[in-house]
Design a protein around this ligand. Structure first.
Ligand SMILES: *Cc1c(COP(=O)(O)O)cnc(C)c1O
Length: 221
């Protein structure tokens, strides 16, 4: 069986090749998605060179972080954000990628004020497929929220995140995200692409891909 180190190396090569195909010379960050992955495996990936991981659920993430405390990994929150958990999220994650409502910005802003902290980095999640069951801003809302970002000075909007619909060709959605990203002015991070479609995402301009199964193997639920 392939080791985690070998898998990580191969994934990095595939990212590099996708960059070359699209003539890119900037860098793409690989975030390892560690939901359902045991702390020992997460640490193995870190030893192989992984620096950034993402978790969907606070409940699952907190004990894992505790088990791996002090090992230098950076953690991003990528799951459904709940305003009432703002403080816990901010205290434990270096970024929240899934801010998908104005109410999230309000709640987060208030929590940050209480904590007296400096600007906290987030990504705005975009519901790029306009799927009713999915969270995230609609394209129409996004421009306004970005225009009004000074309303929430404690929150530093660094970029955009999206998960395109599962059952269709992701490329047009990635293209659309790239447009929104470029129109967003001053945005640095475009987080899109998962195990099945990250090469397409990189070809279309992703600056961060989020890989779970391709790195850690199939999830057992
Ligand atoms: C689970 C998850 C991923 C990773 O999915 P894989 O298909 O395992 O690569 C990426 N982003 C989000 C938001 C996720 O929930």
């Amino acid at each position: 069986m392939e080791s985690l180190a070998e898998r990580l190396e191969k994934l990095k090569e595939r990212i590099e090749r996708a960059k070359l195909r699209s003539g890119r010379s900037d860098s793409v960050t690989l975030l390892g998605v560690t939901k359902t992955v045991a702390p020992e495996r997460v640490d193995e990936a870190r030893l192989a060179g992984l620096e950034l991981v993402g978790e969907n659920r606070l409940q699952e993430a907190l004990p894992k972080m505790e088990a791996l405390k002090g090992n230098g990994l950076k953690w991003h929150f990528i799951g459904t954000f709940q305003g009432n958990k703002s403080r816990k999220c901010v205290e434990n994650f270096s970024m929240i990628q899934s801010i998908g409502k104005r109410d999230h910005l309000e709640r987060l802003s208030r929590a940050l004020k209480d904590l007296g902290g400096a600007a906290y980095p987030v990504l705005l999640e975009v519901n790029i497929g306009k799927e009713p069951q999915k969270s995230g801003f609609l394209e129409e809302e996004l421009a306004l929220v970005l225009e009004e970002r000074s309303l929430w000075p404690e929150v530093e909007i660094q970029g955009l995140m999206a998960v395109p619909p599962f059952d269709s060709d992701p490329r047009p959605f990635f293209k659309r995200m790239r447009k929104l990203f470029e129109q967003g002015k001053g945005l640095k991070v475009l987080s899109m692409g998962m195990s099945e479609d990250f090469e397409t995402a990189v070809e279309e301009g992703a600056t961060m891909v989020r890989l779970g199964r391709a790195l850690f193997g199939e999830r057992r639920v």
